[in-house]
Design a protein around this ligand. Structure first.
Ligand SMILES: NC(=O)C1=CN([C@@H]2O[C@H](COP(=O)(O)OP(=O)(O)OC[C@H]3O[C@@H](n4cnc5c(N)ncnc54)[C@H](OP(=O)(O)O)[C@@H]3O)[C@@H](O)[C@H]2O)C=CC1
Ligand SMILES: O=C(O)[C@@H]1CCC=N1
Length: 272
């Protein structure tokens, strides 16, 4: 992979995760700059990963070959406004923002740019990320390849044919770590209620979750339903737990939550 100079505009949770994954995968930290107004966000990135940081967005963008727009959607317009006076035509622009589509981003930038949308998630920090990518027809293959290789440095990637697919990636992967954290929080709380101390409750839950996810990854030819059935001894404890989940329509709850994520992304596209 050709290593290019990258400027992350915004140095928050998602950028910290991506930078951690990139540097761990050997991306030269000297080629990475992240910007943020406050030193409290910037300094840990310098200290932990050896990257450059600055509060000067214009300078960072000017110096970079690749610009990753990484601020919150509600900040994007005001952050992009100063870039309208720059010529971004020779750069690759990546946006990781939810709820802001390519047309709107180019309007905010005041120019047509080589733009790839990337929808990552925070396990990128460990090289276990899942990113969905979308690029308009006009983007050349070299830029698409670089964007994919960049995100493959911190996890797996998939392309979506239609830009609307990015919203479905958000529902299935971008926001998904929080779904699993919520489920594990509930399990941990009940394990504590059943008598375990918090560290033991957390160990039980996290190891069971890690084990289950790893079994899914290690058995790609096996249906998820089969993996579930292999745990469910006839008339046993698991069957009773699953019966309770189904009695309370767990699958419907999951579907409604994922649909709500898509609906919010679509709503944001009208807001920002
Ligand atoms: N968190 C996640 O799991 C995911 C997030 N995303 C997307 O990533 C983007 C960032 O989200 P997230 O990391 O969670 O948000 P955070 O709030 O953690 O980070 C936002 C960053 O933007 C910085 N910022 C604010 N104003 C400016 C400015 N004028 N110039 C430069 N930087 C600025 C903030 O700095 P300061 O704190 O100093 O104000 C902060 O470092 C969003 O668009 C989100 O949709 C996409 C997928 C997953
Ligand atoms: O919650 C959000 O809007 C961002 C995008 C996907 C995950 N976090």
């Amino acid at each position: 992979m050709e290593h290019k100079k990258i400027a992350f505009i915004g140095a928050g949770n998602m950028v910290s995760a991506i930078v951690a994954g990139l540097v761990a995968d050997g991306y030269p930290s000297d080629l990475i700059t992240a910007t943020a107004p406050s030193p409290t966000r910037r300094l840990p990135l310098e200290q932990k990963y050896g990257i450059h940081t600055t509060s000067d967005n214009l300078r960072a963008v000017d110096d970079a070959q690749v610009v990753v727009l990484s601020v919150k959607p509600q900040m994007m317009e005001q952050v992009c406004e100063p870039f309208q006076s720059m010529n971004l035509s020779g750069k690759l622009v990546i946006s990781i923002a939810a709820g802001i589509n390519c047309d709107r981003l180019m309007q905010m930038l005041g120019q047509t740019v080589n733009l790839v949308r990337v929808m990552p998630n925070t396990p990128s920090q460990l090289g276990l990320g899942m990113s969905g990518l979308y690029a308009p027809q006009s983007v050349n293959q070299a830029d698409k390849d670089f964007a994919a290789k960049l995100m493959e440095s911190c996890g797996k990637v998939c392309w979506v044919e239609q830009e609307s697919g990015i919203n479905n990636v958000i529902a299935a992967a971008g926001s998904a770590p929080a779904y699993f954290f919520l489920f594990m929080e509930a399990m941990q709380a009940e394990a504590i209620a059943q008598g375990f101390d918090k560290p033991t409750a957390r160990l039980l839950v996290q190891q069971a979750a890690l084990g289950a996810a790893s079994m899914v990854v290690e058995n790609p030819e096996t249906e998820l339903s089969t993996l579930r059935e292999n745990v469910t001894s006839k008339g046993g404890t698991t069957a009773e737990a699953l019966r309770t989940f189904n009695q309370h329509q767990l699958s419907d709850i999951v579907a409604k939550a994922m649909q709500a994520a898509v609906a919010r992304a679509e709503e944001m596209e009208k807001l920002f």
